[in-house]
Ligand binder design. Structure first.
Ligand SMILES: Cc1cc2nc3c(=O)[nH]c(=O)nc-3n(C[C@H](O)[C@H](O)[C@H](O)COP(=O)(O)OP(=O)(O)OC[C@H]3O[C@@H](n4cnc5c(N)ncnc54)[C@H](O)[C@@H]3O)c2cc1C
Length: 390
């Protein structure tokens, strides 16, 4: 049966109007119609990634529920491709289905107080016991959605005696383990999307290791490359997202217009098209393999544009745009740029150039891995991690 035939069979067996959303999503996964480029049995059909758009359009037209990709963005965008590439068959069978349906939310326990841009400097420690269970101790920070997550992807140091990139191992951490403590961290918008996470004697079975012991850095590259694509490169129609909001203000409020702001709007509009089409090209490249360092350029352009457009919107609106005064602490599960006020957008966009790798680090990646320019000096590259001054 061809792809559209399979979609129609799914819709006939599980009419969206009469089926509970979760039942529909489970049936969709089992029919191989979750992510068509994944293997058969894991929510896919082994087809080209480009076929996904055909499928999504057909399902949307039929009013089928979606799997709320923004709420479960870390699972879909980062954990899933890493599990697919490095996971055992048992891990793939256990984790991918509830991840895709949204029954299990994921978070990313990478950053630490002393390890952000220099992620390989991380200090959370994992020690393997004779019973085949790892014990993890350490502190993570800026962990988005840790308060709703069932599972985490976690990087921990397993060998302090070797240089920093070589002694790291990648795990799946159970967020319900009694040793996991999640504390909210408030950000510039007043809300707490992210958290500090304290890990004290957290027990992780060796079966929850992703990739070989000591090779977590290579596994993490898959996650980080996918993260940059996930943050910067969602498929979007023309004039959607931030440029759509600003263009609407421009069209509806002629009294706010000035020639200078007009020039900036035109430039922003053209830049938004460039970013959108670059994202489209990146998605087509993805159909041929894993994302490479080019994803860094996409994420960098997205962050810069989001900040420029949110500033432009505030300048357009003047005093009115500054009316952001709801400082009640909330714990949102999604970052809703278009559904919120201008002041919120302006403040939240600041994080775009930090989350998923700062703009400075992305420029380094582009310089070194895309353009082939000389690498930054790395004095601690060959030193055992335990001997690095800190
Ligand atoms: C909204 C948000 C959500 C996040 N969610 C998560 C999450 O879910 N999970 C997670 O693990 N982390 C998360 N993070 C953390 C994020 O990945 C880190 O904040 C980021 O990697 C930067 O690290 P840092 O904050 O330690 O800054 P630092 O590394 O201390 O950097 C400070 C400044 O120095 C610059 N800098 C550092 N090194 C260099 C260099 N070599 N060359 C040039 N400039 C340099 C940086 O670009 C930056 O401007 C989130 C962050 C934000 C803002």
């Amino acid at each position: 049966m061809d792809l559209l035939g399979r979609v129609r069979a799914l819709l006939a067996d599980h009419p969206p109007a009469g089926t509970a959303p979760l039942d529909f999503l489970r049936a969709r996964f089992d029919a191989g119609l979750a992510w068509v480029h994944f293997p058969v049995g894991l929510g896919g059909l082994g087809l080209a990634r480009s076929e996904q758009a055909v499928l999504e359009a057909e399902l949307a037209a039929a009013g089928a529920p979606d799997n709320n990709p923004r709420r479960i963005g870390i699972g879909l965008g980062m954990a899933a491709p890493t599990i697919l590439r490095y996971g055992t068959e048992e891990q793939k069978a256990r984790f991918l289905r509830p991840l895709w349906t949204g029954e299990e939310v994921w978070c990313q326990l990478f950053s630490e107080p002393g390890a952000g841009s220099d992620l390989a400097a991380l200090a959370a420690r994992a020690v393997l016991g004779e019973d085949g269970v790892w014990t993890v101790d350490g502190q993570k920070v800026w962990t988005s959605t840790a308060h709703t997550a069932r599972w985490a992807i976690l990087l921990a140091r397993t060998d302090p005696a070797v240089p920093k990139h070589r002694g790291i191992t990648y795990f799946v951490c159970d967020m319900t383990d009694p040793g996991v403590e999640v504390r909210p961290l408030r950000q510039i918008t007043g809300e707490a999307e992210f958290n500090e996470v304290f890990l004290t004697g957290v027990r992780i079975p060796d079966a929850h290791r992703l990739g070989a012991v000591g090779e977590g850095w290579q596994v993490a590259q898959t996650t980080l490359n996918n993260e940059r694509v996930a943050i910067g490169g969602q498929a979007a129609p023309r004039e959607s997202g931030m440029i759509g909001v600003v263009a609407e203000v421009w069209r509806n409020r002629p009294e706010l217009r000035t020639p200078e702001l007009h020039q900036r709007l035109l430039k922003g509009w053209a830049d938004a098209e460039v970013v959108r089409l670059t994202g489209e090209r990146l998605r087509q490249q993805l159909a041929l393999g894993q994302p490479g360092p080019e994803g860094a350029a996409m994420k960098l352009a997205f962050a810069r544009l989001a900040q420029e457009l949110s500033s432009l919107e505030l300048e357009l609106l003047g005093e009115e745009g500054l009316h952001y005064d709801d400082w009640t602490m909330t714990r949102p599960e999604v970052v809703d740029f278009t559904g919120r006020e201008a002041g919120y957008r302006y403040l939240r966009a600041k994080g775009n150039s930090i989350e998923g790798g700062t703009s400075e680090i992305l420029r380094n990646i582009i310089a070194e891995r895309v353009l082939g320019l000389p690498a930054e000096p790395r004095a601690d590259k060959d030193l055992p991690w335990k001997d690095v001054p800190r």
